[in-house]
Design a protein around this ligand. Structure first.
Ligand code: ZN
Length: 94
């Protein structure tokens, strides 16, 4: 078992990635539920609500204005829209 340390480090990184991915998915479903219920999604934000990616610094936008106003970057927004359509189709129960 010479590379135990390497394996456990890789495992730790995999776990961390899984947690991050899980958090993003959870937050995508939170936002989708708010949209489906016609509630505010709480933007604008300097960072994406779902994944934490920067949308703006103090003095400039890093992505498009729409993403900043939503507080959600385009990648996560696609996931949100997909989720909303699943909710509206009755495929996902809130
Ligand atoms: Zn995001």
């Amino acid at each position: 078992m010479s590379n135990n340390r390497t394996e456990s480090k890789a495992q730790a990184e995999a776990n961390k990635a899984a947690r991050k991915h899980g958090r993003q998915r959870f937050r995508v479903s939170v936002i989708a539920a708010r949209i489906a219920q016609k509630n505010s999604i709480g933007g604008p934000r300097n960072r994406c609500y779902c994944c934490g990616r920067r949308l703006a610094d103090d003095d400039r936008l890093l992505l498009d204005r729409e993403s900043y106003i939503r507080g959600i970057d385009p990648e996560c927004w696609q996931l949100v829209l997909k989720r909303v359509s699943q909710i509206e189709a009755g495929e996902v129960v809130l």
